[in-house]
Design a binder for this molecule. Structure first.
Ligand code: HEC
Ligand code: HEC
Length: 289
């Protein structure tokens, strides 16, 4: 009798524990979906685009693509679908997280630019990198071999000490949270900061001027613009709505349609809390002429 009661209690306990685990997995995938179909926009680089419409080819989601091509480099974003042969299907969760944050593959080789690991994804929280992995595990495997990137400059052996653990951002401080959304997730500065000697020139953080040649395998060239709050050179005089419209709809203050370099169709899914925080952070940046 006694053992029966204990067995029943332990069954109830383990059932409710697994219900908690399932609820946690659901929450992680929900967060991963929000990030991956929105602000992270990995697909802007990792999914090939239709030459006519410039929209991502859905049947090739995450299957790898040419990002751009100039004298310095021709980077290809690899296949990151769950295909075991040509993608990252055999990588462990930890290996995927190390690739994102530290820019290192399981064999220890370095992942080159413009994969935005150093300074950007390196500071993604533990929960958010796990959410990304949860989403990637649901991506259809696509068998697709992508050419190797070429770099006409030396890559460093690594981007610094291994990232061990990153706490959740403090959502009660709009500027600190905005920094997390803008830098760690949105990696806006990876495009909006000009190149200097040996990488991004952070003394002109977000001041624009980076040139992108032959983007996405098309004959399309674009230059990033100044998104610091400088009154004339930047977005200092723009209203919040104008800034948000540029980010999510690709329309500049004067109504001009922006070149499809930024991932507007993904940024369009950023929620109001995150957009507000992003605007608060951009307004707090030092204005740069
Ligand atoms: C701005 C373009 C860009 C964005 C955005 C981007 N990546 Fe990458 N990624 C690259 C490039 C380019 C490489 C390969 C660089 C090289 O060849 O050394 C790469 C490499 C990788 C690799 C290593 C794969 C391998 O087989 O070597 C992984 C994993 C990866 N990216 C995951 C992601 C995830 C997840 C996201 C979104 C959170 C993302 N990337 C966003 C450009 C990008
Ligand atoms: C893949 C590179 C890339 C990323 C990432 C990126 N941008 Fe841009 N952005 C550009 C380029 C290039 C332009 C200019 C396009 C043009 O002039 O047609 C631009 C234009 C803009 C503009 C309009 C400026 C103006 O004067 O019209 C704003 C605002 C902006 N970006 C904000 C952001 C924010 C905020 C983020 C991060 C969430 C971001 N961008 C991420 C490349 C990028």
């Amino acid at each position: 009798m006694k053992t029966k009661v204990i067995t029943i209690i332990s069954i109830i306990c383990s059932l409710s524990l697994s219900a908690v685990a399932v609820a946690q997995d659901d929450a992680l995938l929900e967060r991963g979906t929000y990030l991956m179909e929105g602000i992270l926009a990995c697909e802007n680089c990792h999914t090939p685009k239709d030459p006519e419409t410039h929209a991502e080819i859905r049947s090739m989601a995450f299957a790898g693509a040419n990002v751009l091509s100039d004298e310095a480099h021709t980077p290809y974003a690899p296949n990151i679908t769950m295909d075991v042969e040509t993608g990252i299907g055999s990588w462990t969760d930890e290996e995927i997280i190390t690739a994102m944050r530290d820019g290192l593959r399981p064999d220890g080789t370095i992942i080159g630019p413009p994969m935005p690991s150093p300074g950007f994804y390196a500071t993604m929280s533990d929960n958010d990198v796990r959410a990304v992995v949860a989403y990637l595990r649901t991506v259809e495997p696509v068998n697709n071999v992508v050419p190797k990137s070429t770099y006409n400059f030396p890559l460093p052996p690594n981007y610094g000490p291994k990232v061990e653990s990153v706490a959740e951002p403090d959502r009660s401080d709009p500027i600190a949270y905005g920094k997390y959304v803008t830098e760690s997730l949105g990696h806006c500065g990876a495009c909006h900061t000009p190149l200097g000697e040996g990488g991004l020139d952070f003394s002109r953080h977000n001041a624009g001027g980076q040139v992108f040649a032959n983007l996405f395998g098309f004959n399309m060239t674009a230059v990033s613009l100044n998104i610091t709050p400088h009154p004339t050179a930047g977005i200092g005089e723009w209203t919040d709505e104008e800034i948000k419209r540029a980010i999510t709809k690709g329309i500049s203050r004067d109504g001009r349609e922006l070149a499809k370099v930024m991932a507007f169709s993904y940024y369009d899914k950023i929620n109001d809390e995150d957009l507000d925080a992003m605007v608060a952070y951009l307004r707090a940046l030092p204005p740069i002429q």
